[in-house]
Write a protein that binds this ligand. Structure first.
Ligand code: F55
Length: 810
């Protein structure tokens, strides 16, 4: 069934003709894109159906991964790669005079997520399918994804992301109207005693139709296709007459209209709570409906179903699952609770207290009064079970409802059998600090699952040049099994390979240079160090620390134009939540500094600052392969894990890092000599908190360099930042610099000097780069999901990984 190029070309031409009544020579990229997607999709459909049948046939346990965000980016190349079609299609298109890259660019990024959390969910979907696990995703099909970012006069401006209206549309989804379910929102509820259960009677509730759109998640070379199910809100046919005006109808459609663009906290917004309940209820209903269809007893559902709660946004899974087992299946409370706790598991992604979700009791009552009742009962029983056994303060601090607020993390922990953090340091902090009270109650529930990344997307697809060089040295087994990348260590003295690594990096930097020119009009030299910080804009991530160093370099060069420095191009990519004023001020300051430096003729090529607009998955795929330096400089203890740190090292960048999140593990793997560590560690940060003895003004007054650099924010050195500069200046001085930027500044300068010194020795640099590429394999998401599957969900692999006999016929 091996597909030949000739066959492919013939079938492609035929499909193009059928679909668009056009020849290759006249077709535009979006027609070519549409045709290729249609071939890809019709080919994997049979395998998709078969995977589904296999799940069902064996009564094997399945996991449902609930996440309010997914950030898949583009899927065409990833599907081609995983089906084993990539090289053939690429070469067929070359023969036809077509450019696969240009055609793939037509696809809109599916940007149904904010950042790390959403991208992690998508990397996991890829790995779960590639490892042949029966795990499906459950989420929301937002009509508008994360806003598009533009800069106007250096300010961030947000535009709607109308991805569904783009040329590419969503080629991958299948609307499954027949699998729709009804979700009840609002109204009142009374309980009526029936023979063996309490029957809820609802009044004035609104019924919403949840319609699933399924997207195939194609595994790598293994004939396994999982499902990502995204729900959309519609008016049920039976309720049409209740919605006479456009305004009325919009109330319903609005539920799945927009992704909230704040990546820390959205509580307080009723619509957000509605979204959470909507996708939770739709997902749980469809899981239980499916489970019952095949005749297994409901009181043993935990043997065949696992549900994962990705951060607290889907925490209502616990209550909704209980609701159905109690109200619809009439199980006893104890049986229902026992099953629920066995089914559920939860991942925590943050220690930032403002990001720990709470809702008020009245809000929950307004959205779903029955869910509030059930949560109140869970809370009540939790308190009753502990009363007299443990300290009363402990109960108060851990109960779900207190002071009129519902604590969603507490619900998720109490209602599940597993709570995990996303890096060792993060999990330790959860145990010792943030969730310490719960750890004393349930020590066995806590475990670590360090994040991982999809090596296929972040190396095979994003960096084909590097992939080829790796193939030529250690062979191509690493494409199946990322741990094979460790074989590269044997080549760390192979000068020819090291030179090739350097050449690949240079070529990738050239590509990025063109993109930078196109996007910003600025010319940068590929011979400079490309120094990259790409992530959401947050005070704790400290883009500001990076900016202050840039200003310092600028001042040095102004003072001494003949100063010999290794040229650097600083590259930023970052969106700020639209309501996050401080973060937006930092964007403005970076943009104005960039403008000043990039247009100062005396600086020449020594220093350039590039802030690329609209950072997202597709832009990341272009920046990461071209990076020399990876900036991972958050205040120690604040970044749960980070994942751009892993992607950048996999592409050979060297990391400048604080001992935060997964940086700690990166350091352990690569060794102290292959990473640049600086700054306060977690203990030192906590010591300052305990002793209240950090005084940022001391650093400002006593260190003339810091003084000079910080003053540029307010003394006119950088034009057009009078308001923003003052805001940041105040935060660093009078407001005592919450994230220890000034405290870490000197050490940051020190370590960056070391970076320069190392870069002068290209041989040494490339060797360090090689070691980073090899060791990044420890962060393959294929391994991470295996640990989730084996130790939390207890699901079996259904298909072997990488069975090369792939069955994707045309
Ligand atoms: C989105 C919406 C809300 Cl309301 C809260 C948080 C988010 C969000 O996007 N969080 C997020 O991305 N957290 C990040 O998760 C990554 C994956 O675990 C971590 O690597 C990263 O450290 C963490 O900040």
């Amino acid at each position: 069934m091996e597909l030949t190029k000739k066959e492919f070309i013939a079938v492609f031409k035929k499909r193009l003709n059928q679909k668009y009544a056009i020849d290759v020579s006249d077709a535009c990229n979006s027609e070519l894109y549409g045709t290729l997607c249609s071939l890809v999709k019709s080919s994997y459909s049979a395998v998709w159906r078969q995977t589904w049948k296999d799940f069902v046939k064996e009564h094997d346990k399945q996991t449902y991964y609930f996440s309010i965000e997914y950030l898949p980016g583009k899927l065409l190349k990833s599907n081609l790669l995983n089906m084993g079609w990539y090289d053939l299609v690429n070469s067929a298109f070359e023969d036809l005079g077509l450019d696969l890259n240009a055609i793939a660019a037509v696809e809109p990024d599916m940007a149904l997520g904010n950042g790390g959390l959403g991208r992690l969910a998508s990397d996991f979907m890829d790995s779960l399918a590639s490892e042949g696990y029966p795990v499906n995703g459950n989420g929301i099909r937002y009509k508008y994804g994360l806003f598009k970012q533009r800069f106007v006069n250096g300010y961030q401006v947000e535009l709607p992301d109308e991805w569904l209206n783009s040329d590419g549309g969503n080629a991958w989804e299948i609307r499954r109207a027949s699998k729709s379910v009804l979700v009840r929102i609002g109204g009142h509820v009374r309980l009526v005693q029936e023979k063996n259960y309490l029957k809820p009677v609802y009044e004035d509730a609104t019924l919403i139709r949840a319609v699933p759109y399924d997207v195939g998640m194609v595994g790598y070379h293994n004939n396994h296709v999982n499902t990502l199910r995204l729900w959309s809100a519609e008016i049920p046919e039976s309720e049409e007459s209740k919605y006479p005006t456009i305004e009325d109808r919009r109330q319903v459609e609005d539920i799945t209209a927009v992704l909230y663009p704040d990546d820390s906290n959205e509580s307080g917004r009723l619509l957000r709570l509605k979204q959470e309940y909507f996708f939770v209820s739709a997902g749980i209903q469809s899981i239980i409906r499916h489970y019952k269809k095949y005749g297994s007893p409901i009181d043993q559902i935990s043997q065949e179903v696992a549900i994962h709660i990705n951060d607290t946004h889907p925490a209502m899974c616990v209550a909704e699952f209980m609701r159905i087992l109690l109200d619809e299946e009439h199980l006893s409370w104890d049986t229902a609770w026992n099953q629920t706790v066995r089914v559920m598991s939860y991942t925590n992604h943050t220690i930032m207290s403002e990001a720990l979700e709470t809702w008020t009791v009245p809000m929950l009552n307004e959205i779903q009064p029955r869910i509030l009742q059930i949560i109140a009962e869970i809370d009540h029983r939790f308190v009753a079970a502990l009363a007299g056994k443990v300290d009363g303060g402990l109960i108060e601090r851990t109960r779900i409802i207190s002071a009129g607020k519902v604590h969603m993390a507490h619900l998720a922990i109490i209602g599940s059998h597993s709570t995990n953090g996303v890096a060792k340091l993060h999990t330790d902090l959860l145990k010792s600090d943030v969730l310490h009270d719960f750890y004393t109650l349930y020590p066995d529930r806590f475990n670590n699952k360090t994040n991982g990344i999809a090596v296929r997307r972040w190396l095979q697809i994003a960096n084909p040049r590097l992939a080829k060089v790796i193939d030529q040295s250690i062979g191509s087994d690493w494409r199946q099994d990322a741990s094979q990348l460790l074989k590269l260590i044997d080549y760390s003295t192979d000068n020819s390979l090291l030179d090739q690594l350097g050449a690949v990096k240079l070529a990738n930097k050239r590509d990025l240079t063109y993109l930078i020119k196109q996007e910003t009009g600025i010319t940068v030299s590929p011979n400079a160090i490309f120094d990259v910080q790409i992530k959401r804009l947050h005070a704790y991530k400290r883009q500001l620390l990076n900016l202050l160093r840039i200003i310092k370099l600028y001042l040095d060069l102004k003072q001494n134009p003949d100063l010999e420095i290794i040229p650097r191009v600083f590259i930023f990519g970052a969106k700020a939540a639209p309501s996050y004023h401080y973060a937006k001020s930092i964007i403005k300051c970076i943009n104005e500094t960039a403008n000043l430096i990039n247009h100062d003729a005396t600086i020449q090529d020594k220093l350039k600052v590039i802030f690329l607009e609209n950072y997202g998955v597709s832009l990341a795929e272009k920046i990461i392969p071209a990076a020399d330096v990876s900036e991972q400089i958050s205040t120690a203890s604040k970044e749960a894990s980070g994942t751009s740190n892993m992607k950048l090292m996999l592409n050979g960048a060297l990391t400048v890092a604080t001992l935060d999140g997964a940086n700690v593990e990166i350091k352990q793997y690569v060794g102290d000599d292959n990473i640049f560590i600086f700054g306060l560690n977690k203990q030192e940060v906590y010591q300052y908190y305990r002793d209240h003895n950090y005084h940022s003004l001391d650093y400002y007054h006593n260190n003339p360099i810091i003084h000079r650099v910080v003053d540029t924010l307010v003394d006119g050195t950088i034009p057009n930042i009078s308001a923003e500069g003052h805001e940041i200046y105040d935060s660093l001085t009078y407001l005592n610099d919450e994230f220890f930027v000034l405290r870490d500044f000197e050490d940051y300068l020190r370590v960056q000097d070391k970076v320069d010194e190392t870069y002068r020795d290209q041989h040494k640099w490339n060797k360090m780069s090689l070691i980073n590429i090899a060791k990044a394999s420890y962060f393959s998401a294929d391994e991470t999901v295996k640990r989730y599957a084996e130790t939390i969900w207890h699901v079996k692999q259904l298909s072997e990984k990488g069975d090369m006999n792939v069955k994707y016929p045309l």
